[in-house]
Design a protein around this ligand. Sequence first.
Ligand code: ATP
Ligand code: MG
Length: 405
Amino acid sequence: MVKNNQENSPPELYAQPQHNIRIEQIDSHSREIIHSLNKSGFKAYLVGGCIRDLVLNKDPKDFDVVTEATPEQIKQVISRSRVIGRRFKLVHVRKGRKITEVSTFRSKGGKRTSKTNKGIVLRDNFYGTIREDAFRRDFTINSLYLDINDMKIIDYTGGFKDLNNRQLSSIGDSKLRFREDPIRIIRAVRFLCNLDLQLKKSLKKDLINFAHLLQEIPPARKYEEILKLFLTGNAKNNFITLLELHVLKFLLPNTANQCSNEKNKSFILNALSNSDARVKKGLPLTPAFLFSVLLWPGLTERIGDINSKKTKLPTLLRSSNIIIKQCRQDCFIPKRIENMIKEIWEFQIKLLKFPPKSKLIFSHRRFRAGYDFLLLREESGVNLGGAGKWWKENQPKSKRSYQNK
Ligand code: ATP
Ligand code: MG
């Protein structure tokens, strides 16, 4: 934990030989943005996850720029930029299909910040200095700034040492920081698993104790975090840790409950490790497939495992609607994704009828996902009367599962 009294001391500076980040590793678009801002007299740095990942020799997902210029000033300096956001105003700069996020240094806002009665911050859109910006971030490892002009890392919170010691530390009292924004609890789990970090006992305790506040977070924000947890190549570990730390029950209560049954748990874990393997091969994953897996045990609890022709489509649809509606109370699911989930589930009935009446089934847009889902069910020990084998041997070559490539 970084104590408030350190908020006045000068930052640690780390020169290039100490961190080994090379300028070529930095995305050229963000470099251009920083140079343009510098030319107009504004200080600008790279910050956050990209520096953390580069220090750890990992490929950053995106490069975020932070500057002393206000959103309006950024917009004046950089063409192709757009001010976005209500809670936090920031600027998106487009180049081709790529968008780089440029934000203005922010401070915590102190007494001016508006909070709920549980202490959750509603609005804290106050500009500040680089130092204030560093201390309003969540974890020390996410609070490193890189000046690309001299390639020095600027560290106000001790994040560089923490990174080297593989330690996750909250900036300030973790009780307060988790209460201000409970989404940090999910972020903590993600960093812990994805970056193989250690968690101090006190942080772990606070994480567990405050996880219930996730119920206060808008479902749409939770949806975004769930996608980051489970679609980026480390889903299985994230899932196990969320269960162990009793966090999952505040994100996906039905899924967490169903996992007290070992069969359900191993179905989900097997599916997630399949997804992780797909990410490693560079194959795409869809939110719909993910949710069809996570919500399946809840569905089968209602209507039984769909392993005979007895289950009828209307019964399936009725229960699908109930399960998805229940899930929406905690985690938003877009309508488009809901329809796709239902189609994948409907295929569990359709694929029990083989040979099919018409070959058109092979060109259905959800055939592959439905078939892959069926294979996962068989892998988890459900007897589907040889359905998987039949569809594998009888489908046109071009439609064969991406899972087996
Ligand atoms: P990822 O690899 O997932 O992109 P990230 O740390 O870069 O990880 P972002 O969501 O891109 O995550 O956020 C960028 C930076 O903004 C973070 O590194 C952190 O400094 C800050 N940040 C993000 N979310 C929060 C939060 N809830 N509270 C405080 N700071 C945050
Ligand atoms: Mg990021």
